[in-house]
Design a protein around this ligand. Structure first.
Ligand SMILES: [Zn+2]
Length: 164
């Protein structure tokens, strides 16, 4: 694809690539780190060098995948222009806040005064629900569309441990 992009589209394209590089950088670093831990080649310099090669290859693939998915999000369905859809407004309507709690087992103490006792984890949080409407607009044809949905958020999370 060799279409000419407007300044606004170039801006969106840049943001997509920055996001893709960040995502690609983090994920390929983790892949390379994992690779470094599972291979045992000596001397160390080969192990590091090979891990670096894995990083570079993983980075190129990860960025391609990320750009593919992110570009799809920014393509206008009305005029088909790439890198043209922008989020222009977000509106949130508070619906409800419900206190929640859970009790989980955290296994057994392996040492110390409480050795052998079961760890009980008590968790408390507030479940907040919002009705969120996001408004998107195409910088090429001006087409507007809304995306609406209910979003749930966990807030005021706290946890405490007891033993039995
Ligand atoms: Zn459009």
């Amino acid at each position: 694809m060799n279409e000419i992009l407007s300044a606004s589209q170039e801006k969106i394209k840049k943001a997509v690539y920055i996001k893709a590089w960040c995502w690609g950088g983090v994920s390929s670093f983790l892949i390379a780190l994992f690779f470094y831990h599972i291979v045992s080649i000596s001397p160390e310099i080969f192990r590091l060098g090979l891990s670096f090669v894995v990083f570079v290859i993983a980075f190129m693939i990860a960025v391609k995948i990320a750009v593919y998915f992110l570009s799809g999000d920014h393509q206008c369905e009305a005029c088909n222009a790439t890198y043209s859809v922008e989020l222009i407004n977000t509106e949130e309507v508070f619906l409800s806040a419900i206190p929640r709690s859970a009790i989980k087992s955290g296994g057994r103490m392996l040492s110390g005064d409480r050795e052998g006792k079961e760890i009980i984890i008590h968790e408390n949080w507030t479940e907040e629900k919002y009705d969120v409407t996001r408004e998107y607009s195409c910088v090429v044809c001006g087409d507007n569309y809304l995306e609406q949905g209910i979003e749930t958020r966990k807030t005021s999370f706290s946890s405490a441990k007891t033993y039995r």
